[in-house]
Design a protein around this ligand. Structure first.
Ligand code: SF4
Length: 212
């Protein structure tokens, strides 16, 4: 095992069901790393450091869960040093490993996860340059910050190759702003060529049933 003395910063580790996107309903261990390279004004995720763990201890926690899928989330997992070592170790043990990222790719980051879900943020439009972001993913989910997010969604669809593109409602005081999301979907889908897969709605179903 490659431990290399790396210590990972976590907000939490928990077992749950994936609540959004194409893998909705999939049981997984969620590794919520602390720290993020963005500061979205509406962020409701506590990604402050609650504890640190060495690589071997993270693997042990995952093994103890009895689950076969692991989702790296945050915060922003890619800013965490040693993430490729941890992902590689888990994969060598047969785990399906997925990455949830805001899409800004740190220089030199090239580990290939089994599944990548990107959630680029319209409020940081200017940071999403070709040399600073992922160019491919399995799915892209964009939060409908407002109806004006359409231009950003179109650009992300042109610049990130993915199988599925989703719009997610902004959560405001525990209430998903579904109207804004649906209006954005109407705009985006009404202009797509007939042979293109439409944008779809992705809601955080885990919040509706009171799980993490
Ligand atoms: S990218 Fe995600 S974790 Fe980071 S500030 Fe934005 S919403 Fe929060």
């Amino acid at each position: 095992m490659t431990s290399g003395g790396i210590s990972f910063r976590f907000a939490e580790i928990f077992a749950s069901l994936q609540g959004e996107g194409r893998n909705t309903g999939r049981p997984a261990v969620f590794l919520r790393f602390s720290g993020c390279n963005l500061k979205c004004p509406w962020c409701d995720t506590d990604h402050s450091v609650k504890f640190t763990l060495a690589l071997d201890d993270v693997v042990r926690r995952v093994e103890e869960s009895g689950l076969s899928s692991v989702i790296f989330t945050g915060g922003e997992p890619t800013v965490q040093p040693g993430i490729a070592d941890l992902a590689g170790e888990l994969r060598s043990r047969g785990f399906w490993i997925a990455l949830e990222s805001n899409g800004l790719k740190p220089e030199g980051f090239d580990f290939k996860f089994d599944y990548v879900a990107l959630s680029p943020k319209p409020c940081f439009d200017a940071l999403y340059r070709a040399d600073a972001m992922f160019a491919a993913a399995d799915e892209v989910r964009i939060v409908a910050e407002n109806a004006g997010a359409a231009g950003f969604c179109r650009r992300m669809r042109r610049e990130i190759m993915a199988d599925d593109y989703y719009v997610s409602p902004l959560d405001s005081g525990g209430r998903p702003q579904l109207g804004t999301a649906m209006e954005l979907l109407r705009t985006l889908n009404s202009e797509l060529p007939r042979d293109e897969k439409p944008w779809a709605l992705s809601v955080q179903t885990h919040k509706f049933i009171g799980i993490k």
